[in-house]
Design a protein around this ligand. Sequence first.
Ligand SMILES: [Fe+2]
Ligand SMILES: [Fe+2]
Length: 321
Amino acid sequence: MSEPTQPKGSDDPAQVAAFEARIARGETIEPKDWMPERYRRQLVRMMSQHAHSEVVGMLPEGNWITRAPSLRRKISLLAKVQDEAGHGLYIYCGTETLGVDRAELIDQLLAGTAKYSSIFNYPTLTWADMGAIGWLVDGAAIVNQTMLAHASFGPYARAMVRICKEENFHKRQGYEIMATLAAGTPAQKAMAQDALDRWWWPSLMMFGPSDKESPNSAELLRWKIKQKGNDELRQRFVNLTVPQAAAIGLHIPDPLLTLDKETGDWEFGPIDWNEFMQVISGNGPCNRERLAARRKAHADGAWVRDAAVAHAAKDAARSAA
Ligand SMILES: [Fe+2]
Ligand SMILES: [Fe+2]
């Protein structure tokens, strides 16, 4: 992989000022443009976490593909899980434009030193969880990623445009599962409610800690990697989702949820950040299982990578001849 466009720690104040002026004018930064080392590192951190989340995110749902209740549901779920693999690949490619090798990022994931979205460390206990994940987890991802489609770094922003289109399908298939179950037998409705009860709070945690507590927020906003803060995005998600729950007769599990008539915002109760910190630091219900599954998949796929490298070498030899 090529080296970054300038050596580490060489940020010249005049170049930084010119870079910040470009950002302020709303220009898009491309891989070959000069960028502060810290901007590059923030992007690598954020994009690799995002790519890992797409890939690890396949596991909780992949768990239900063989148990989907009908052929139609199986086809939709299969397509969705496959889309997530594609999202991971686009974003890993995007990080490669910043001078990082994808293999290095995957090694960090497998070694347990990289972060990914905490929500994928929760178990999928019933079929209704497929509904709750599509509706809430992909729904939260859309709120985040629609904003990232305007990020200042071109390759990341462009990847988000296509990803968001697919996320919309993911959300709709999830909401349809929930609506069908909620309109079904009392046992089916109870299963849908139980899934909502378990996934609601982890979904709110997906936006990350409050901006006041988030060490990276201010810098990401200043460089327009992010356009909106975590709290504002979380509020937008709650405002969108509360009426959707009501429309299918499900209850949001928050006794403090109230509509502020002046702002139009649904105010919600306190989030258990202690739980979030526990899960993000490796102590969630499925952290070990998820990493073990990724390690096994990586080991099982070694022959495919070897074959691809051998094929590429043969191709290169042939075209050289
Ligand atoms: Fe995705
Ligand atoms: Fe998705």
